[in-house]
Design a protein. Structure first.
Length: 148
């Protein structure tokens, strides 16, 4: 029996639920589901590794459409850290991207920050910022003077 598709707009979803739906949609190659996780606002922002800053629903949809044009993205979020308040939730994850190469299956790593706000429609993604990463990402805190 197929797994029922989760629609965050249809449920009293938490930020965690919306994030799970976002990654499930990428893994399924479902553009409409990916976009259902985003707020419908002019100021939403997305940055893919090495990419330009995309602002607004149309620009973000176009980028994900291009990304999914060859099918689903084999992407698994790991090592989530989050900071939450009543109306905002900021998640930092290490994304493991499974890729097929001439040498066989390999893993690429991306460090991503997902920002969710509680809107009139429920929790929605308002920012996704991703950068190339490594599996050996330090778990320890870095002293403030070393950040920039």
């Amino acid at each position: 029996m197929p797994k029922p598709r989760y629609r965050p707009a249809e449920m009293g979803a938490s930020a965690d639920d919306v994030e799970a739906a976002f990654y499930e949609a990428l893994q399924a190659g479902d553009l409409d589901q990916v976009m259902a996780c985003w707020a419908d606002e002019d100021d939403i922002v997305c940055v893919h590794p090495g990419g330009a800053r995309l602002v607004g629903v149309a620009a973000i949809r176009e980028a994900f459409e291009a990304m999914l044009s060859n099918g689903s993205v084999r992407l698994v979020p790991e090592r989530k850290r989050k900071v939450e308040s009543l109306s905002a939730s900021i998640h930092n994850v290490l994304e493991r991207v499974d890729v097929i190469t001439a040498e066989g299956p390999q893993h690429a790593w991306v460090v991503a920050t997902n920002v969710f706000l509680k809107t009139a429609q429920g929790w929605r993604l308002v920012a996704h910022h991703a950068s190339p990463g490594r599996a050996e990402v330090a778990e320890a805190s870095v002293p403030a003077q070393l950040l920039h």
